[in-house]
Design a protein around this ligand. Structure first.
Ligand code: GLA
Length: 336
C-alpha cells in the first residue's frame, strides 16, 4: 500500500465538564457545560475493504463485516455512525487522551469524532443530532448535554444551553477561575446505573406538574409521591441555580458560583439521589480544602468525577487521580 498516497480524514472531539445543571437536559431545563482540552481522535483512512476500527484506548479491533459477540461496546457506536454517514469502507484509528468511564463523556466524544471522521464537516446541530443517535445505540436514554458542549464548546467559554429550545449562548469564563476534575475512584457506566429510572421519574413528575423547570414550587413540594416530589424539586431548583451561576460568572463573582456548586451537590445527594456515600465524603473533604470555592458530583452520578472550582492553583496530591481542565474548542475535522 502506498501510505503516502492514502486519502484520510482526521477528527478530534473533546470531552466535557458540566459546571452546573445536572439531570435537567432531558427535562427541558438549562445547563452550563464546556468542552475540555482532553479528547478523542479518530482518523479514517480510505480503503476498498469493509470498515474496520482499532482503538488504542483498549487495544481492541473490530470489523463491521464480521461482528463478534465479545466486541467492545464502542463497536455499536461505530456501526451506527457508519450507517448514518453512509460510509462503510475504510480503516478507523481511534486514540486520544480522554479518561474512559470517568464521567467526562468519553462515549459522546467518540461518537462525535466518529461521525466527523466518517462523514466530514457538517452543521453543528446536525452533528449534535447524529452523535446523539449514535450513542443511543449503547442503550442509555441520555439527553443532549454532552453533545452540545463537545460540538459547540469554545476556548475560554462555557455554553449556556436551554434544552427546551436547544438554543445556546456562550458565557465567558473569568480567567481567574480554575477548574479541577477529581476521580471518585468509582468507574461510572450509565447503562448499569439507575439513570433510566431517574429519567422515567422525571417524566412521571412532568405528567403531574408540566415542564419541571417552570413548575410551581409549592405544587412540587406537595406531590403525594415523595420520590417524585424530590425529583421535581431538584430539577426546578437546579435550573434556577444554572441561571444564577451564569450571571455570577458574567459578574466575576466566583464565590457565589462556588456556593452554587455546593448547593447542586446537596440536591443531587438528597433530592435526586444519584450520589454514593463514598462520593459525598470526598465532596465534603474537597469543599473543606483551602482554596476550594465549591465542589460537586458531576455527570450522571453513581461514580465518575467530582468538579471543584477555585480562584487559584491547587494541588490535590498523589492519592487522588485528578486533572486540571480548561474550556477548549469544540470538535473539528480536516482532510489530511
Ligand atoms: C449524562 C448524560 C447527560 C446528562 C447527564 C446528567 O452525562 O449523558 O445527557 O443527563 O448525565 O446531567
Amino acid at each position: 500500500m502506498l501510505v503516502g498516497m492514502e486519502r484520510s480524514r482526521s477528527a478530534r472531539a473533546p470531552g466535557r465538564v458540566n459546571l452546573i445543571g445536572e439531570h435537567v437536559d432531558y427535562a427541558g431545563g438549562s445547563a452550563l457545560p464546556l468542552a475540555i482540552g482532553q479528547g478523542s481522535r479518530v482518523r479514517w483512512v480510505k480503503t476498498a475493504e469493509a470498515l474496520t476500527a482499532f482503538s488504542s484506548f483498549d487495544h481492541r479491533r473490530i470489523s463491521l463485516a464480521r461482528p463478534q459477540e465479545d466486541d467492545p461496546s464502542w463497536a455499536a457506536i461505530v456501526a451506527k455512525a457508519s450507517a448514518l454517514t453512509g460510509c462503510d469502507q475504510g480503516r478507523l484509528e481511534i486514540d486520544g487522551d480522554l479518561p474512559i468511564g470517568a464521567g467526562l463523556s468519553s462515549s459522546t466524544s467518540l461518537a462525535v469524532a466518529l461521525v466527523l471522521a466518517l462523514g466530514g464537516a457538517m452543521k453543528e446541530d446536525d452533528l449534535i443530532a447524529a452523535s446523539w443517535e449514535c450513542e443511543q445505540a449503547l442503550g442509555t436514554p441520555t439527553g443532549f448535554l454532552d453533545q452540545q458542549a463537545i460540538v459547540a464548546g469554545k476556548k475560554g467559554q462555557c455554553v449556556l444551553v436551554d434544552f427546551s429550545t436547544m438554543k445556546r449562548r456562550l458565557v465567558s469564563l473569568d480567567p481567574q477561575l480554575q477548574l479541577y476534575v477529581i476521580h471518585s475512584g468509582i468507574e461510572r457506566e450509565l447503562l448499569n446505573s439507575p439513570y433510566a429510572q431517574r429519567r422515567a421519574e422525571v417524566h412521571e413528575a412532568e405528567d403531574l406538574l408540566g415542564p419541571l423547570p417552570h413548575a410551581d414550587r409549592v405544587s412540587a413540594r406537595s406531590l403525594s409521591d415523595a420520590t417524585l416530589s424530590k425529583r421535581a424539586l431538584h430539577v426546578l431548583e437546579e435550573c434556577e441555580r444554572v441561571h444564577v451561576a451564569a450571571a455570577a460568572l458574567e459578574d466575576g463573582d466566583l464565590k457565589t458560583f462556588g456556593g452554587l456548586l455546593n448547593e447542586s451537590h446537596a440536591s443531587l445527594r438528597d433530592l435526586f439521589e444519584v450520589s454514593l456515600v463514598k462520593i459525598d465524603q470526598l465532596v465534603e473533604d474537597l469543599q473543606g480544602k483551602a482554596g476550594v470555592l465549591g465542589a460537586r458530583l458531576m455527570g450522571g452520578g453513581f461514580g465518575g468525577c467530582i468538579l471543584a472550582a477555585s480562584s487559584r492553583e491547587l494541588d490535590f496530591g498523589t492519592d487522588l487521580t485528578w486533572w486540571k481542565v480548561e474550556a477548549a474548542a469544540g470538535a473539528s475535522v480536516h482532510e489530511d
